[in-house]
Design a protein around this ligand. Structure first.
Ligand SMILES: [Zn+2]
Length: 1010
C-alpha cells in the first residue's frame, strides 16, 4: 500500500538460494503461562496426500510452521482440493470468487453447525460478496443471543454505562474476529489461504485450534474486490495459456478504481466499503484484519509508524502494540524469516478499509505478506532495504529466494491462526476494551470534546449538506435535527492581524454567541460512533517538522471543507439539551413552486444542477450572467432560468434533484446564455485508470452521461467536434509523463497485450477493450485534440493532464512548474475566487477549499512561448547605493533628474503586465482576448493550509488553481487541483460541471479588451 510509488501493494518481490538451517521448530509444552502450544492432535488422522502436497509446494521448510505443515482429515468434509483440484497455494491455481464461494458453501453443507455463509451485498458489477462465520456448534447456535450481548457492549447507553453489567456481558460474550482478503486484486493469495483456514478452524481437533473454534467467531470475507478478482484470474489464466508471452497488467480492478479501493473508508462511495462496513458494524465485531501482499514476507503493520491518527483511543494504540508484537514473536519462534512490525506505514489517514474498525471502537489490523501476483513459483530478488536487518526486523527476509503461492499461504494462515489464538487467550481484555472505547466515545463531550457538530439549516447548499450527512449515515453515525432555533457559545476567532502589542492584554472576548435556526442538523458526540464523525469533520494538522517525512497517504481530508458545506464544531455542552429528534434519512426538499413563464433555480455550485440539466433534456435552460433579485430573493450568477418544460416534469425532476425551482413573474433583466447538456467524452489511457475512475463514478452518480474512450480512440476518431462538445481528460496517475501518454507502452518489442472480452477472458473488456493496450495517444491523437479545441471544443484537464496539455503546447500563456521545496501531500488548501463572472465560478463564494497534491504550480505570461514567471512570495525591490533612503530615488549630479515611470505591478496569479519594450514590434504579445483567464487561485501563504501538510507553501500560494485558456474557437480549462477525488471533494465538482454546461459560453463575463 505504498504511497510514494503510489502502487504499493503491487509488485512485491522474492526468492531464495542459500539453504538455511533448521526447519520450523516444534515448540514445547506450555510454560508457566499455561498457553496451549500449537501442533496437531495425534489422535486425529491427517490427510496424507494433501499434506504431502503442502510439503512439495513449500519451497523451504522455514517458510512453514507446525500450524500449517499438515492438514487434518475429517470424514465427509471436503478440503479445498474438492474445488481447486489441488491444495491451497498450489502452483498454477487461482480460483474465481465463485469457486471460493462454492467451496465455502460445500463446507457449510458438510458442517452446518460450524460454518455459516452469509451474503453481504453486491458489487458495482452485481457480483456477490460473502462473509463466512466459523465457530463451534454452541456458538453458532446462539448467534443472535451473542449478538445481543455484543450490541450492548457496542452501545453502552443501552446498559446506562454500567461497568458491572459490562463485566457480566464480557464474561458471557464470544468475540468476533473479521478477516478480509484480496481487496487488492493483483495480491492474489488470500482466497486460497482463507479457504484452507476455514477448513482448519472447522475440523482441526488439536487443542490449539479447538480453543479458537470454541472461543471466537471467525468471520471471513475471502474476496473483497470481487469484480477485480475475477479479472485478475482471467489474466492469470491467459498468462498460463500463453506462457511465452508477456501478459497485460491489471488495468481495471473494480469497475471504477484500482488500488484506491483501500482509500474509500472515509467517503464510502464504493460498494465493497459499504458492504464490509455494514458487516463489521452489524456483527459488532472486535477486529477487522485486512490481508495484502506487497512486502516480504509478513509485515504486520498493525503497529505501524507515527504519526498515529489523532482521533483513535489510546487504548487502541496499546492493543496494536500487544497484538502486533505478540504476532511477530509467535512467527519468529517458529523460525519463519522476514516477519516484522513497525515499518514505515503511518496510521494517520482513516481511509483504509481496516480503519473502519479503528474508527468504530474495534481493532484495525493489516498484513502485507509476499505475493507473486498470480500462482507461479518464482525466484524473487529483494532490494537491499527490503532484506536489511533493522531494529524492528531482526530476522529479515532473504535477499533471494524461490517463492511460491503456498509459501505465501503458509505465512498468511500461520499469522492468522496465531493471532486468533492470542486474541482468544485475551478475549476478556479485548471485549472489555471494546466496551471501554465505546463508553469513552459516548463520554466525548465531557472529556476531550467537542459536544457536537452542527450543520445549519440555512446553509444554501442543501444537496451537498445532505450528501455529507449521507456519508455520516453510511458510517453508522446518528444524526439529529433541532426542533427549535438555538444558540451556543463558540470560541471567538483569533484575529491574526490584531495581535496586541507586547505587554498589552488582548481585548477580544473569549467566546461569541452563535445562533442556529430550527431544523439545523446536530451530530451529537455522545454516541458510540462519535469518533468517525469527529475524525472526518475536524481539521488536520501535519507538522512539517514531523519525524515522519514520507506520509503514506493524504494528510488532510476535512469533509465540511471539501464538500463546501458549513460545519460548526461546538464545544458548548448546551447544544446537547436542544430539543431534537433523530433523523434516518436526509433528503433536501426540492420541487417547483409558484406559477409563471420562467422558473429560476438558484446556483450555489451544487452538482445537482447538472443532474437537473441532463434530466430535462428538452427544456430551454439559460444561465443568468449577473446576480438579480426577484420577490425579495437574491439569485446568484449562474442561476438557471428554465422554460419549455411542463410544470409537472420540472417539479418531478427538481424534487429528485433536491433543488427548488421558483416561478418568476417575468424573466430577470440580466444577460443570459444557454446552459447545455453538452456531449462529453471522458478520456482514459491504457496506462492507468484509477484516478479517472473517481471521475466516472462521480458523473454516474450525478447522472451526467459520457462516452468513455481511450487515447487510442481519440487518435483514430477523425472529427471529434462532430461527436463531442467537451473532452474530459482526468488525471492519469502512474505513467503520466507526456512521453508515456503519447507513446504508450513500447511496441518495438514484445507481443500485443490484449484487454478484451473473449471466452478465454470473460471478465475483461467490459469497461473498455482493445486488441493491444500498448499504443498511446500518438501524434495523431495530439493533433486530433488540438483540432478539437481549435474548432470550438472544450478540453478539460487536471493535475498531470494539465501538465500534458501544456507540454504539448495546447494552451498559450500558461506554464506549469513543480515546487522546489514544496511538500503538499494530499492536503486541503484554501483557494480564492478571482473571476466570479466566469461561468466556471457560478455559485461559488469568494473562498473555497480544494484538494491539492503538490500542484502543478501554474504561472501566466502574456508573451507567447515565454516561461511564466514563478514568483516566490514577496519580491524584494532593491535600489542602488546612493543618496537618500530606501524609498527615495537616487540622483545624478549635474543634470535635471527624471522621475522614472511607475513600475507596472501585477498579482502573483496574473501575468506580468506587458512592458513598453515588449510591445515594440510585439508579435509575441498575446492579444488580450486570447489570454488565459484565472478563475480561482490558491490563497495567500498565511491562509493556504486548511488541513494537512503544507511545507514550502509560498511556492504555490496565490498561483492560479483553475485557468480558462481560450485557444482558437475553443478552450482548454486547466486545474492545478484535483476537483474530483475519491468521492471526497464534492464541493469542487461544480467547477467541472459548470465548465461542461457552459462550454460554448465560457467567455461570458470576460472583461472587454481595452
Ligand atoms: Zn494491498
Amino acid at each position: 500500500m505504498v504511497r510514494l510509488l503510489r502502487r504499493t501493494c503491487l509488485y512485491a518481490s522474492l526468492f531464495l538460494i542459500g539453504a538455511l538451517g533448521s526447519s520450523a521448530v516444534a515448540l514445547g509444552r506450555p510454560g508457566g503461562d499455561g498457553e496451549t502450544p500449537p501442533g496437531r492432535d495425534l489422535k486425529q488422522p491427517v490427510d496424507e496426500a494433501y499434506t504431502a502436497k503442502i510439503k512439495k509446494y513449500t519451497t523451504a521448510p522455514y517458510f512453514s510452521s507446525p500450524l500449517v505443515d499438515y492438514l487434518p482429515a475429517a470424514k465427509g468434509v471436503p478440503t479445498p482440493e474438492a474445488v481447486l483440484g489441488d491444495v491451497s497455494g498450489a502452483p498454477g491455481i487461482l480460483p474465481y470468487a465463485e469457486d471460493v464461494y462454492k467451496y465455502m458453501r460445500l463446507l457449510e453443507k458438510a458442517l452446518p453447525g460450524r460454518v455459516k455463509v452469509f451474503s453481504i451485498g453486491r458489487t458495482e458489477e452485481n457480483r456477490e460478496m460473502i462473509a463466512v462465520a466459523v465457530s463451534s456448534e454452541e456458538n453458532l447456535k446462539r448467534l443472535d443471543e451473542n449478538k445481543a450481548r455484543l450490541a450492548k457492549l457496542a452501545d453502552p447507553r443501552t446498559i446506562k454505562l454500567d461497568d458491572a453489567e459490562a463485566d457480566r456481558l464480557v464474561a458471557q460474550a464470544t468475540p468476533v474476529y473479521y478477516i478480509t482478503g484480496t481487496i487488492h486484486s493483483p495480491e492474489t493469495g488470500a482466497p486460497t489461504a482463507l479457504m484452507e483456514l476455514a477448513y482448519r478452524l472447522a475440523v482441526d481437533e488439536s487443542p490449539y485450534i479447538k480453543e479458537i473454534r470454541d472461543g471466537v467467531i471467525t468471520l471471513i470475507t475471502p474476496v473483497v474486490e470481487v469484480d477485480g478478482r475475477d479479472r485478475m484470474v482471467d489474466l492469470y489464466r491467459w498468462h498460463l495459456a500463453h506462457p511465452k508471452d508477456f501478459y497485460p497488467p491489471l488495468i481495471y480492478w473494480g469497475k471504477y478504481v484500482a488500488h484506491d479501493n483501500n482509500r474509500d473508508a472515509m467517503g464510502v462511495t464504493l460498494k465493497l466499503t459499504e458492504n464490509v462496513l455494514n458487516t463489521y458494524v452489524g456483527w459488532k465485531a472486535q477486529v477487522l484484519h485486512d490481508l495484502h501482499e506487497s512486502v516480504p514476507y509478513l509485515y504486520d503493520n498493525t503497529i505501524g509508524d507515527g504519526p498515529y491518527n489523532a482521533w483513535i483511543d489510546p487504548i487502541l494504540a496499546d492493543e496494536w502494540q500487544m497484538i502486533g508484537s505478540r504476532n511477530v514473536a509467535d512467527l519468529t519462534r517458529f523460525g519463519m524469516p522476514g516477519v516484522f512490525a513497525h515499518g514505515d506505514f503511518d496510521t494517520w489517514s482513516p481511509g483504509y478499509l481496516m480503519f473502519i474498525a479503528a474508527m468504530h471502537n474495534g481493532i484495525s489490523r493489516l498484513y502485507e505478506t509476499f505475493g507473486n501476483g498470480g500462482a507461479d513459483t518464482q525466484e524473487r530478488t529483494l532490494e537491499p532495504e527490503e532484506y536489511a536487518r533493522t531494529w524492528y526486523r531482526q530476522n529479515p527476509p532473504l535477499a533471494k529466494a524461490l517463492w511460491s503461492q503456498r509459501d505465501n499461504n503458509n505465512y498468511e494462515e500461520t499469522g492468522l491462526l496465531t493471532s486468533l489464538h492470542y486474541f482468544n487467550e485475551n478475549k476478556r481484555l479485548f471485549l472489555k476494551n471494546f466496551y471501554l472505547k465505546a463508553k469513552r466515545s459516548i463520554q466525548k463531550p465531557q472529556a476531550e470534546g467537542p459536544a457536537a457538530y452542527v450543520l445549519p439549516a440555512d446553509d444554501p447548499r442543501t444537496t451537498l449538506q445532505a450528501q455529507l450527512l449521507g456519508v455520516m449515515r453510511k458510517q453508522a453515525v446518528e444524526i439529529s435535527r433541532a426542533k427549535t432555533a438555538f444558540s451556543v457559545a463558540m470560541p471567538a476567532k483569533k484575529d491574526k492581524s490584531a495581535k496586541g502589542k507586547e505587554g498589552e492584554k488582548e481585548q477580544q472576548p473569549a467566546t461569541v454567541t452563535k445562533e442556529f435556526p430550527a431544523g439545523s442538523y446536530i451530530i451529537r458526540m455522545d454516541q458510540p460512533y462519535s469518533r468517525i464523525a469527529d475524525a472526518l469533520l475536524d481539521h488536520q494538522y501535519w507538522s512539517p517538522e514531523d519525524p515522519q517525512k514520507t506520509p503514506y497517504d493524504d494528510t488532510g481530508w476535512t469533509f465540511g471543507e471539501l464538500f463546501n458545506v458549513q460545519v460548526a464544531r461546538v464545544t458548548d455542552p448546551k447544544v446537547l439539551s436542544v430539543p431534537m429528534e433523530r433523523v434516518m434519512e436526509v433528503a433536501p426538499e426540492g420541487g417547483a413552486s409558484g406559477e409563471g413563464a420562467v422558473f429560476a433555480v438558484n446556483n450555489h455550485a451544487e452538482p445537482a444542477l447538472a443532474t437537473l440539466r441532463y434530466k430535462l433534456k428538452n427544456a430551454a435552460i439559460e444561465a443568468a450572467e449577473e446576480p438579480f433579485e426577484s420577490a425579495g430573493t437574491k439569485f446568484n450568477r449562474g442561476t438557471f432560468l428554465i422554460r419549455g418544460v411542463s410544470r409537472e416534469e420540472l417539479d418531478r425532476a427538481a424534487r429528485e434533484a433536491g433543488l427548488q425551482a421558483v416561478a418568476l413573474e417575468s424573466a430577470p433583466g440580466v444577460k443570459s446564455h444557454a446552459v447545455r447538456a453538452a456531449r462529453i467524452a471522458l478520456v482514459h489511457t491504457w496506462l492507468s485508470t484509477q484516478t479517472e475512475g473517481w471521475w466516472r463514478l462521480a458523473l454516474d452518480n450525478i447522472g451526467v452521461p459520457y462516452d468513455y474512450v481511450s487515447t487510442q480512440v481519440i487518435a483514430k476518431a477523425g472529427d471529434l467536434n462532430a461527436k463531442y462538445d467537451v473532452i474530459l481528460f482526468p488525471p492519469v496517475g502512474f505513467f503520466s509523463s507526456a512521453s508515456a501518454v503519447v507513446n504508450g507502452i513500447p511496441t518495438a518489442w514484445g507481443n500485443p497485450l490484449p484487454w478484451k472480452n473473449t471466452p478465454e477472458t470473460p471478465n475483461l473488456g467490459k469497461n473498455d477493450s482493445t486488441d493491444d493496450i500498448r499504443p498511446g495517444l500518438g501524434w495523431e491523437g495530439v493533433a486530433s485534440l488540438q483540432r478539437f479545441v481549435q474548432n470550438g471544443g472544450l478540453l478539460l484537464t487536471a493535475t498531470d493532464t494539465s501538465r500534458l496539455a501544456l507540454s504539448l503546447g495546447m494552451a498559450e500563456g500558461v506554464t506549469a512548474g513543480g515546487g522546489e521545496k514544496m511538500k503538499i501531500i494530499g492536503s486541503v488548501l484554501g483557494a480564492r475566487l478571482v473571476d466570479g463572472a466566469s461561468p466556471i465560478a457560478y455559485g461559488y463564494d469568494d473562498k473555497v477549499s480544494v484538494y491539492c497534491d503538490n500542484g502543478p504550480v501554474f504561472s501566466l505570461t502574456s508573451i507567447a512561448g515565454a516561461r511564466g514567471r514563478r514568483r516566490l512570495g514577496e519580491e524584494m525591490h532593491s535600489r542602488p547605493t546612493g543618496r537618500g533612503g530606501i524609498d527615495d530615488p537616487d540622483f545624478t549630479v549635474g543634470r535635471v533628474n527624471q522621475t522614472p515611470p511607475e513600475e507596472p505591478k501585477s498579482e502573483i496569479w496574473e501575468a506580468p503586465p506587458v512592458t513598453d519594450e515588449q510591445k515594440r514590434n510585439g508579435y509575441r504579445v498575446i492579444p488580450e482576448q486570447d489570454r488565459p483567464r484565472v478563475i480561482f487561485r490558491y490563497a495567500d501563504n498565511k491562509d493556504l493550509l486548511v488541513s494537512g501538510l503544507v511545507e514550502g507553501g509560498n511556492e504555490i500560494a496565490q498561483h492560479p488553481a483553475v485557468i480558462d485558456a481560450p485557444s482558437g474557437k475553443g478552450h482548454v480549462v486547466l486545474f492545478s487541483i484535483n476537483p474530483v477525488y475519491r468521492g471526497e471533494t464534492r464541493g469542487t465538482y461544480a467547477m467541472v460541471l459548470n465548465a461542461i454546461m457552459n462550454f460554448d459560453s465560457l467567455g461570458a463575463g470576460r472583461k472587454e479588451a481595452k
